[in-house]
Design a protein around this ligand. Structure first.
Ligand SMILES: [Zn+2]
Length: 331
């Protein structure tokens, strides 16, 4: 082979590698990708090494820890759980183990892990100023009920407490409802769209389904299910929705707000999940739905009813929104 041909092969190889590194393929070259259950998976150990993370894999416990100066990640084999800096995020697919090595789906790398670890820079001039707050339920729809206490009253209290704090922090606030009235689900994001909100937060308190006092407890925060993707709770997977334009920002907003909540409050962390909720589907801005504890769990209920605890919750949400704003406006 002439030196000239060899030279060209080197250039092409280099170019090919460069392309692989530059795309959303999360810095996995083809060699590390294997098909598991028909889906592309990347070798998790190699992915970590390539992204400057020190890894420790314990095949007995199934735990894989990655860390560097800034980040701590904890995966668990055969589960879709990953803790990012101690905050639970649900992947779409479980971590698979093949021949003693852990693998993560390429889709989870591209759509969940990398967007959180390396958020894309925003477009110049992007501003996050106006926040729409949708207090869950209202009017003829009480939401979850526990001993005569109705979810709709507590979501409205929280929305008003949160609105005051957001305004004090310099945001404009749109209250999708500011009294005990019934508003159709579809009309809620429509109002935020019409009034050009930059963010949409839907506020709820959970219930395990009226089976009396339950052991289910804690906070969960939802972003919209990915197109054709798996829901971690609520709603089936569907095609592309308007809200899917913001998939990566939906997730980042969910992460920042949820992290702030679990760090500031004593609730259990049920994680960041995806659901195909009508409000999230139709919002033409980054949107999340917060379930702020279980009304049919006695400890959670005490916090939900306490003005002091709800104030802490409102403060934590504001902190999360401000963290998101800093990321979204950075370019
Ligand atoms: Zn609700």
């Amino acid at each position: 082979m002439s030196r000239r041909v060899l030279g060209w092969i080197c250039v092409l190889l280099w170019f090919g590698l460069g392309l692989g590194l530059g795309t959303g393929r999360a810095q996995s070259s083809r060699r590390d990708l294997v098909r598991i259950k028909g889906r592309l998976h990347a070798d998790l150990g190699l992915w970590g090494a390539r992204n400057g993370l020190r890894g420790r894999w314990n095949p007995t416990s199934g735990e894989l820890r990655f860390s560097n100066r800034w980040i701590n990640l904890l995966f668990k084999a055969d589960t879709a759980r990953v803790e990012l800096d101690g905050v639970l995020v649900w992947l779409e697919f479980p971590i698979a183990v093949e021949r003693g090595r852990p693998y993560v789906s390429q889709r989870d790398l591209d759509m969940t892990l990398m967007p959180l670890l390396k958020p894309a820079k925003s477009t110049p001039g992007r501003k996050i100023r106006r926040v729409a707050l949708s207090a869950g339920h209202g009017g003829k729809d009480p939401g979850n009920m526990e001993g005569g206490r109705q979810e709709k009253h507590y979501t409205l209290k929280l929305a008003k407490e949160l609105a005051a704090r957001l305004r004090a922090a310099g945001f404009e606030v749109i209250l999708v409802r500011d009294e005990d009235e019934y508003i159709e689900l579809d009309d809620r994001p429509a109002k935020a769209n019409r009034l050009k909100a930059d963010l949409y937060l839907s506020l709820h308190f959970n219930g395990a389904g009226g089976r009396g006092s339950t052991t289910a407890n804690g906070l969960e925060t939802f972003s919209l299910t990915l197109p054709g993707g798996r829901s971690t709770g609520g709603g089936n997977s569907t095609g592309v929705q308007p809200g899917n334009r913001f998939d990566k920002e939906n997730l980042m907003l969910a992460y920042q707000v949820h992290r702030s909540l679990v760090q500031a409050l004593d609730f259990a962390d049920r994680g960041i999940k995806r659901a195909n909720f009508a409000e999230l589907r139709d919002a033409r801005m980054p949107a999340i739905l917060i379930e702020g504890g279980f009304m049919d769990h006695s400890e959670d209920l005490k916090r939900i009813m306490s003005d002091r605890e709800r104030a802490k919750m409102a403060d934590a949400i504001v902190d999360g929104v401000r963290a998101f704003k800093r990321l979204a406006e950075r370019n």
